[in-house]
Ligand binder design. Structure first.
Ligand code: TEU
Length: 585
C-alpha cells in the first residue's frame, strides 16, 4: 500500500486566471479577481489551487512564454496581488501550486536576448544550429532563412510550421517545439539547469506548496537532432523528443537541488506516448522525485492526428487506459486523475452527453474522477458540468495552436474553408475550455464588468449554467462535486484502496471496487468500496461480483435522486448515467 502523503489525499482545483474572475474590469481575469473568490474554492472543499502561468510574458501562448520567471505580468496584477492570493488560499487551508515552464522561455526573456547575441556566457543556452543545404534534404526551406538553406531538420512545431526559426542577428536557427516565440532551453548546459533551479527556489521561498511542471518530459533533446518520418505527426518531433536519454538525470537533479526537504506536490506534464514503465521512473520512490505525472493516454481516445479529427471510441477503450495506469502504478507510484484542463475540451462534451443528460453524465464522470486511485484535478467550470461552447468562425478563437494550425491547413489546401473543420474544432480546440467562468446569469456572466469586453467570448449557455444558480440548487453538479470531494476526504478507502475493475469488457457499465490492505484498514471506517457507473443513456443491469454480492453496505452517494438506500450490495437496474458509491462495513 502507498505511503500516506497530503497530496494523495488532496483534491486539486485548476485556475486559469485569465478566464476565472476579472478584478479590474479590463475583460481579462486577474489575481485580484481570484483573491476575491477564495471563499468559493473553500466552499467547494478543494485542498489545492493550481495556477497556470501568471509570470511576465508577451502572451504568445497565454503565459506559457515566460519573459521573467520572477515577475507577475501586469495583465494579472502585481507581486503584491499574487501574495494576496497566496495568503487568501493559505488562510483557508488551501495550498498553492504554481505552474512552471522549464522547457522554454519567451524569445523576449533576457536569457534569449543574451544568447542570440552570444553574450553573458549564454551563447549555448538555447538550441542553436546551422542550417543545411536545401538541395540535400527532402524537406522544404521556409521563406525566412538564407536562400538555399533549410533548417537543421524536418521537425514541425506542435503549433504549426517548422520547429526551427532563423534568427538574423545570430545567423543561426533556433529550436522551438511550440511557437517561434517559445525557444527551447538547452538543458544539457549545466548553467541552464542551475538557472532554472534558482527560479524554482525563488517561488519556494515565497511559500508555495508545489509545482506543475509544463512539458517536463521534453527537456532532453536527441543528439544531432535526427529528422523524423514525414508520415508521423509533426514529422516525428513528438516521438523523438519526449523522455530523452538524459531526462531522468535532469528531473532527478531538479528534485535533489530544489524539492528535497520540502513537502511538495510536484506534477510533471508528460506529452506524447508515455508508457506506464517510463512514468514509473519519474514517480516511483527511488525515481526522479515527482509526486505524479499527467499522461495523455485517456484524453487521446477518439482523436486523430489532426486537431479537428474525431474518431469513434468506446467505453472499453477508456477502461483499458485507466486499468493500465491503475494497475501499472499500483504499489509503485501515484496517479494523477484528470479529464479537463486549459488544453482539453469539456469532459461532458467529450465522454458524456452534453444534450439530454448533461447533469447526469457530468456527475457520473465526476464520480469516476474521485473514486479511482490517484489525485483528482478539477478544472474551473468542470464543477458546473460545463459543455463545449459553439464557436461560429475562426475569428472567435484565441488559441495560438488552433488559429495557426487552421491557417496553415488553409494555406496548404488541406482544408478548403473553416466550415470543413468547424465541428471538429468545437469538439477539440483548446479554447473550448477557456471561455470565462460563469458566475451569474447577469451581464458577462459576472466574470467582468458589464460594459467590458471579455478577452474571449462567453459560452452561450451562461444564463442557465452558472455558479449562482447551481449553489442554490442542492441537486446541481456543483453540489455533487462538493459531496464527492468531502466523501473522498473522509474515506481512506477511496484514496488508498487498491482498484479492481469487475467489468472490463462491458460497453456500458463500469463497476469496480477499492480495497484497503490490512494495516490501513485497521483505523479506517470502511475498508472496501464498490462503485458502479452506467455510462450511457439507456438503463443497464449492474451485477456486483460474487465476492461483494449481499455484503452489508451503505449507499454513500448517488447522482440520481430517489435511488433506494440499500443496506446490501444487490444487483439492480441502473438508470441512464446513474452512479453509485457503496461503502462496505
Ligand atoms: O501543453 C503541452 C501540449 O502539448 C499541449 O498544448 C498540446 O499542444 C495540446 O494539448 C494538444 O491539443 C503545455 C501547456 O499545458 C500548454 O497550455 C502550452 O501551450 C504548452 O505546454 C507549451 O508550453
Amino acid at each position: 500500500e502507498a505511503a500516506r502523503a497530503w497530496w494523495k489525499e488532496a483534491t486539486v482545483y485548476q485556475v486559469y486566471p485569465r478566464s476565472f474572475a476579472d478584478g479590474d474590469g479590463d475583460g481579462v481575469g486577474d489575481l485580484s479577481g481570484l483573491a476575491s473568490r477564495a471563499d468559493y474554492l473553500a466552499d467547494l472543499g478543494v485542498d489545492v489551487g493550481w495556477l497556470t502561468p501568471v509570470y511576465e510574458s508577451p502572451m504568445a501562448d497565454n503565459g506559457y512564454d515566460v519573459a521573467d520567471y520572477r515577475a507577475v505580468d501586469d495583465t494579472f496584477g502585481s507581486m503584491a496581488d499574487w501574495r494576496a492570493v497566496r495568503d487568501a488560499l493559505h488562510e483557508r487551508d488551501i495550498r498553492l501550486v504554481m505552474d512552471f515552464v522549464p522547457n522554454h522561455t519567451s524569445d523576449e526573456h533576457a536569457w534569449f536576448r543574451a544568447s542570440r547575441a552570444r553574450e553573458d556566457g549564454k551563447a549555448d543556452w538555447y538550441h542553436w544550429a546551422d542550417g543545411v543545404d536545401a538541395d540535400t534534404v527532402a524537406y522544404d526551406a521556409p521563406d525566412e532563412g538564407p536562400s538555399g538553406e533549410a533548417p537543421p531538420n524536418n521537425w514541425r512545431s506542435f503549433f504549426g510550421g517548422p520547429a526551427w526559426t532563423y534568427d538574423d542577428e545570430r545567423g543561426q536557427w533556433y529550436l522551438h517545439l511550440f511557437d517561434p516565440k517559445q525557444p527551447d532551453l538547452d538543458w544539457s548546459v549545466p548553467a541552464v539547469r542551475a538557472a532554472i533551479h534558482d527560479e524554482l527556489r525563488y517561488w519556494l521561498d515565497e511559500g508555495i506548496d508545489g509545482f506543475r511542471l509544463d512539458v517536463v518530459n521534453l527537456l532532453s533533446k536527441p543528439d544531432g537532432y535526427p529528422s523524423g518520418d514525414e508520415s508521423e505527426p509533426f514529422n516525428g518531433s513528438l516521438r523523438l523528443v519526449p523522455d530523452g536519454s538524459r531526462i531522468h538525470e535532469y528531473v532527478s537533479g531538479m528534485s535533489e537541488a530544489v524539492f528535497a526537504g520540502h513537502d511538495l506536490l510536484t506534477v510533471g506534464e508528460c506529452i506524447g506516448d508515455l508508457s506506464v514503465e517510463e512514468a514509473a521512473r519519474y514517480v516511483e520512490p527511488d525515481g526522479d522525485g515527482l509526486s505524479m505525472v499527467f499522461h495523455f493516454g485517456h484524453v487521446g481516445i477518439g482523436r486523430g492526428d489532426a486537431l479537428w479529427e474525431r474518431e469513434p471510441w468506446s467505453l472499453t477503450d477508456l477502461k483499458a487506459v485507466f486499468d493500465r495506469w491503475q494497475n501499472g502504478l499500483a504499489g509503485r507510484g501515484w496517479n494523477s486523475l484528470y479529464f479537463e484542463n486549459h488544453d482539453q475540451p469539456r469532459v461532458v462534451s467529450r465522454f458524456g452527453d452534453d444534450g439530454d443528460y448533461r447533469l447526469e453524465s457530468a456527475t457520473c464522470i465526476a464520480t469516476l474522477l474521485h473514486t479511482l486511485c490517484g489525485t483528482p484535478y478539477v478544472y474551473q467550470g468542470q464543477e458546473l458540468g460545463q459543455t463545449n461552447p459553439t464557436f461560429e468562425s475562426l475569428a472567435e478563437f484565441r488559441d495560438v495552436e488552433t488559429v495557426r494550425t487552421v491557417e496553415e491547413a488553409l494555406a496548404a489546401g488541406e482544408i478548403e474553408s473553416f466550415d470543413d473543420v468547424r465541428d471538429g474544432l468545437n469538439a477539440h480546440s483548446r479554447d473550448t475550455s477557456r471561455t470565462p467562468m460563469q458566475w451569474t446569469d447577469g451581464p458577462n456572466a459576472g466574470f467582468t464588468d458589464p460594459d467590458a469586453e471579455p478577452w474571449i467570448r462567453l459560452h452561450e449557455d451562461y444564463r442557465e449554467v452558472n455558479v449562482e444558480a447551481q449553489r442554490s440548487d442542492p441537486d446541481s453538479v456543483w453540489h455533487y462535486y462538493r459531496r464527492l470531494i468531502d466523501l473522498r476526504a473522509a474515506n481512506d478507502v477511496l484514496v488508498y484502496g487498491a482498484y479492481e475493475n469487475h467489468t472490463p469488457e462491458d460497453e456500458q457499465v463500469w463497476a469496480y471496487s477499492r480495497t484497503l490492505g490490512d494495516e490501513a484498514a485497521a483505523g479506517a471506517e470502511s475498508d472496501r468500496a464498490f462503485v458502479a457507473l452506467n455510462w450511457g443513456g439507456e438503463p443497464a443491469r449492474v451485477e456486483p461480483p460474487a465476492s461483494l454480492a449481499g455484503a452489508a453496505a451503505t449507499l454513500a452517494l448517488s447522482n440520481r435522486d430517489g435511488a433506494p438506500a440499500p443496506e446490501r450490495v444487490e444487483p439492480y437496474t441502473a438508470r441512464p448515467w446513474e452512479a453509485r458509491v457503496y461503502l462496505l462495513d
